[in-house]
Design a protein around this ligand. Structure first.
Ligand SMILES: [Fe+2]
Length: 469
């Protein structure tokens, strides 16, 4: 028996490759199918099942294409409805895989069809659970994504309580937990950095599994402080129900080298968004006017999903040589399939052709501190409200990058914004968006809050309204 966790940091997502006696099951595959197919081929094994713990909202799964290419059966939990062929499992249904078996535990709550897959080893012993978004390490899935007219987030939270208590907490302490997400995912709010743990530890450490917790307490705790989901969640969930198109087709159209004139023509005449995926320092130094920065070396796909509101938006991009296929793949993982090519030769070719470039003024936290000491400065903090509440610069305004599209009315053309985030990635994205919308008075603070805390810029700490501390 072999269990491999394939963890993708950008999406904080864990897919799983399970093999026994030459038979393979893939749990929660990402959009690209080749890594799973190649792994199975290398081992002379055959993919028999594709298990989906639920209809994911935060990425587009490649289950339909993987099934078409391998002949494997797609399995979803009870109540799942989709436009493609799949096996709707019954609660407690068992699937044989070589010498092991996988039992479906219907665990509604995060969504109604959500299921946990229990792996029973060669000796008939419960070995591990693939818990999807039902149980994370240190947290549980948010119950607000599958809200319908007849079902509130409180109803779903109540179902999640019952699922955890009746189906998961009754399992032995030495069962290993393999969740669908880790820290950084918007599918939960309080996840640990670890990507796996023993169930026994989770029973001790996870706030949501506290032994004496009542259902009402649970509902209150898991629904408290949930931020609105990013705009792409609903759209990705829908794509997972209808089945996304082939990535091969997307790649053929998107991984295309464009010369400077063609690139410029597509930007100007086809309304394509110019997406710059390079390092943030390179972008700040010089970039194509009106281009948007979302660096590959960050949470690239979730930021694309949060900020680009139309999944069909035509996109052309700049990237470091050799990373073109990676860009198209990572865009497709969140459903952006209309990529039309990249600038051959990058910014160097652009400049060599005599085209105009722009830059973002960037200053250190130290320089900002000097300005603050001599007079009022418009500081714009673009971190999440929770980060802002914990601590922020005195007099700073907060417009989270996550909700920039909803909050453009809060941005004033008369201010001279000094934009910062925690470390300097989100602030460059924010500055690029402001500049593309005609706000030219923006300065980026390199190193963000981490560096600002090393200066004497006055900070306001959070004061709890109840305790006053
Ligand atoms: Fe989910």
């Amino acid at each position: 028996m072999k269990i491999e966790q394939i963890y993708t940091g950008c999406l904080a997502q864990g897919a799983y490759y399970i093999e026994s006696e030459g038979e393979v099951a893939i749990i929660d595959p990402l959009r690209e199918t080749s890594p799973y197919i190649e792994k199975a081929e290398k081992e002379g094994a055959k993919i028999k099942y594709i298990f989906e713990t639920h209809f994911h909202a935060d990425f587009v799964s490649g289950h339909v294409e993987l099934a078409e290419k391998t002949g494997a059966t797609i399995v979803y939990g009870p109540g799942a409805r989709a436009d493609f062929d799949f096996h709707e499992a019954k609660d407690d249904e068992i699937f044989e895989l070589g010498k092991i078996s996988i039992k479906v535990l219907h665990t509604p709550g995060h969504t109604q069809e959500s299921s946990t897959f229990l792996l029973i080893d060669e000796n008939g012993k419960d070995h591990a659970i693939f818990s999807g978004d039902t149980l994370f390490i240190g947290d549980v899935g948010r119950p607000d994504l599958a809200v319908k007219t007849d079902l509130t987030q409180e109803d779903l939270a109540g179902m999640l309580y019952d699922s955890l208590r009746n189906k998961i907490m009754t399992l032995a302490d030495d069962v290993i937990v393999y969740p669908a997400h880790g820290a950084g995912s918007a599918c939960g709010k309080n996840m640990s950095k670890e990507t796996t743990d023993l169930l026994g530890n989770q029973k001790q450490m996870n706030y949501a599994l506290r032994a004496d917790m009542t259902k009402d307490e649970f509902i209150k705790e898991v629904t408290d402080g949930i931020l609105p989901p990013p705009q792409y969640f609903q759209k990705n969930a829908m794509l997972n129900k209808t089945g996304a198109g082939s990535l091969d087709v997307v790649m053929e159209k998107g991984n295309v080298a464009l010369d400077v004139d063609t690139f410029e023509a597509i930007a100007n005449h086809e309304g394509a968004l110019v997406l710059d995926t390079r390092d943030r320092f390179q972008f700040a130094e010089s970039h194509i006017p009106n281009s948007i920065f979302i660096g590959l070396d960050g949470s690239f796909a979730p930021w694309v999903g949060a900020l680009i509101t139309d999944l069909n938006q035509p996109i052309i991009f700049l990237t470091d040589e050799g990373r073109e296929e990676e860009v198209v793949t990572r865009l497709s993982r969140v459903g952006y399939d209309n990529t039309l090519g990249y600038l051959k030769g990058g910014i160097v070719a652009w400049k060599a052709a005599g085209k105009e470039v722009d830059s973002i003024e960037s200053i250190s936290a130290e320089t900002l501190a000097g300005k603050v000491a001599t007079g009022p400065v418009d500081i714009l903090d673009v971190r999440k409200p929770t980060e802002w509440e914990a601590e922020h610069a005195e007099g700073a305004e907060n417009v989270a990058l996550d909700y920039i599209n909803e909050n453009m009315d809060k941005i004033s053309a008369d201010k001279d914004y000094h934009v910062h985030c925690a470390g300097g990635y989100r602030s460059v994205i924010f500055c690029s968006i402001l500049k593309s919308r005609g706000f030219d008075n923006v300065t980026n603070i390199e190193g963000g809050m981490a560096d600002m805390l090393k200066t004497d810029i006055p900070m306001t700490e959070y004061v709890c309204p109840t305790t006053g501390k």
